[in-house]
Design a protein around this ligand. Structure first.
Ligand code: ZN
Ligand code: ZN
Length: 162
């Protein structure tokens, strides 16, 4: 039985690998020449909900799902690790599609965790916020600029209505 701290570190490693894969391939799936053939299925819902997390074209499941397996191939040496990573990844993707930014959500304790507001905006806006779990790739490439502008605008609207 692997030590729990090793499990967590390896799961974090898998999440970083998956997030990187997801960012670039997801961004590619939004390319205007291929978007309508594959990724449009997942964007059928502008306001996502938990069960919609896995709702996608079979090719998308294959393309983006590959990122899930890369970490397993590189880091997995025990079946418990596989179960832990599957559980964490499913919890994460259902959380970001839930439409709820739940207070005291333990996932929000993870540094740079994107969360539901991040992915909710992606479904609402179609452009930007391409990463699955963390915010750094969108920050580095500036693909979160519309999300940041939107948040600023909402803050101003909120202040005016107070
Ligand atoms: Zn998308
Ligand atoms: Zn989605």
């Amino acid at each position: 039985m692997p030590r729990w701290c090793l499990l967590l570190v390896k799961c974090l490693g898998c999440a970083v690998i998956e997030d990187t894969w997801h960012y670039f391939l997801h961004r590619l799936l939004h390319h205007k020449r291929i978007y309508k053939y594959i990724h449009k299925v997942h964007h059928e819902f502008q306001a996502p909900f938990g069960m919609e997390a896995e709702y996608a074209h079979p090719l998308e499941t294959l393309i983006l799902g590959t990122g899930f397996f890369i970490g397993i191939m590189l880091l997995c040496d025990h079946v418990i690790f596989l179960w832990a990573w599957v559980t964490i990844r499913l919890m994460e993707t259902i959380d970001v599609h839930s439409g709820y930014d739940i207070p005291l959500n333990p996932l929000n304790l993870i540094p740079f965790y994107a969360g539901s507001r991040h992915h909710d905006f992606h479904h609402m806006n179609f452009i930007g916020n391409y990463a699955s779990t963390f915010t750094w790739w969108d920050r580095i490439f500036g693909t979160d600029s519309q999300f940041i502008a939107y948040n600023e605008k909402m803050k101003k609207v909120g202040k005016k209505t107070e």
